[in-house]
Design a protein around this ligand. Structure first.
Ligand code: ATP
Length: 199
């Protein structure tokens, strides 16, 4: 599985629909300062669920929408579509190609899609869990992340290895179940209190 293409439309400096083809092997993006190289990696992070405007080098989330220039009007929405090759079947869907899209309107409305079907961000996160792809995945190493991998702090390094070994999915489900169990136990305590009051 690998990222083979992305479409960027209205995201940051990409006012027009732009197709970026990522060849298998090494792809380097070159260009003068301020030409939008980092905006491409921001776009990938954004689709995979980045919720922090600061991590996307902005002040608020709608700063990712093309804000206009002297010659061009601002746009009303931003959308980015990532196309993954899934010949290997590593993404648990019966498709040879998987598309993941996020769209944000100036009004604040946000939409996510898996293969053109609208979904929740949670669905995208679950789909990529343990694949190494994701906002925090080990396949995405931005500036500052290199330190995490070389970190002398074993807990930080452990998170990278846990994702690579495929256990994050189970850890997340366990945490969810523990939270539900705790809630149920609280409810039971409340029922006990009511029974005691009635007796
Ligand atoms: P460097 O080599 O200096 O790191 P870069 O090629 O990585 O530069 P980016 O940081 O990706 O460049 O792009 C910065 C450009 O994106 C700036 O010109 C900035 O004005 C533009 N930009 C960022 N957000 C928006 C937006 N919402 N609307 C329009 N342009 C934007």
């Amino acid at each position: 599985m690998y990222l083979k293409k992305l479409y960027i439309n209205g995201f940051k400096s990409f006012a027009e629909k732009t197709e970026v083809i990522v060849e298998n092997g090494i792809t380097a993006i070159v260009g003068p300062n301020g030409s939008g190289k980092s905006n491409i990696s921001d776009a990938i992070k954004w689709v995979l669920g980045e919720q922090s405007a600061k991590s996307l080098r902005g002040g608020k989330m709608d700063d990712v929408i093309f804000a206009g220039t002297e010659k061009r009007m601002p746009l009303g929405y931003a959308e980015v579509n990532l196309i993954f090759d899934n010949e290997s079947g590593q993404i648990p869907l019966e498709y040879k190609e998987v598309s993941i899209k996020r769209k944000l309107y100036k009004t604040g409305e946000s939409e996510y899609y898996i293969n053109k079907q609208q979904c929740r961000l949670k669905d995208i996160k679950e789909l990529f869990m343990d694949t190494g792809i994701g906002r925090e995945g080990y396949s995405f190493i931005g500036q500052g992340r290199v330190e995490d991998i070389l970190s002398p702090n074993s807990e930080t390094r452990r998170q990278v290895f846990e994702e690579a070994s495929g256990i994050v999915k189970y850890k997340t489900r366990k945490e969810e179940s523990e939270r539900k169990l705790e809630k149920t136990s609280d409810n039971l305590d409340r029922v006990d209190d009511i029974i005691n009051e009635l007796e």
